[in-house]
Design a protein around this ligand. Sequence first.
Ligand code: ZN
Length: 251
Amino acid sequence: MIVVRSRFVAGLLATGAIAASSSLLAADPKPDAAVLEATEQAALKGVLTREEQAALTPQVVLDTLLAGNERFVRNDLTQRNHSQRIREAYAGQFPKAVVLSCLDSRIPVEDVFDRGIGDIFVARVAGNFVNEDILGSMEFACHVAGAKLIMVIGHTNCGAVKAAIDDVKLGNITPMLAKIRPAIERGRPFDGRKASDNPAYVAHVCRENVRLAVEAVRQRSEILRTMETKGEIKIVGAYYDLGSGTVSPLP
Ligand SMILES: [Zn+2]
């Protein structure tokens, strides 16, 4: 297994499509299909190693997650030996990405991207907003643990967003929804009826909520902003369709 992995990394570096320096990372080359396939094959063999993690670029990580989502949508998830992976991952973790998702039970994040133990960090909170604790978690994931991608993922028909639109007042839900309200109050204009029973408006606010969360990561974390500027990580927003299972990156 060790020999196979060493060959894998050497192969990736030899292609030139995997960056080995920050200057190449900044160039953000579009990875070719062979690199993506090699990355996926390595992921299928076992838990990501430090060496494999270091060889990845943010764009490769994004593309492999989206490729995993395509497998999820066509019900072609990878069969993994979880018992073996638990043992492999015991000594340490070198995940490739951190995903911030809504709490919604209909978004099983690892499955959505066809990932297993040790592949990705997942942070969850109703309404997928960013706060100090989430930012600290992302800084740990990227700056300390080496993840190459931050993805904030919202979704269609989000109950938390609907509750924020309705300005629900209830216990600790009230201050939680206040963190989603900026998407309503400071989001881009919406031309239509602004109500929680208007799916178009809910979708608009959900997308604005993701966009503001991505902005907040850059504005409120100097560590992550600097890493992105250097090309060491990517910070992206995405939208999950509850009806189809498809994840679409937001522009
Ligand atoms: Zn939600």
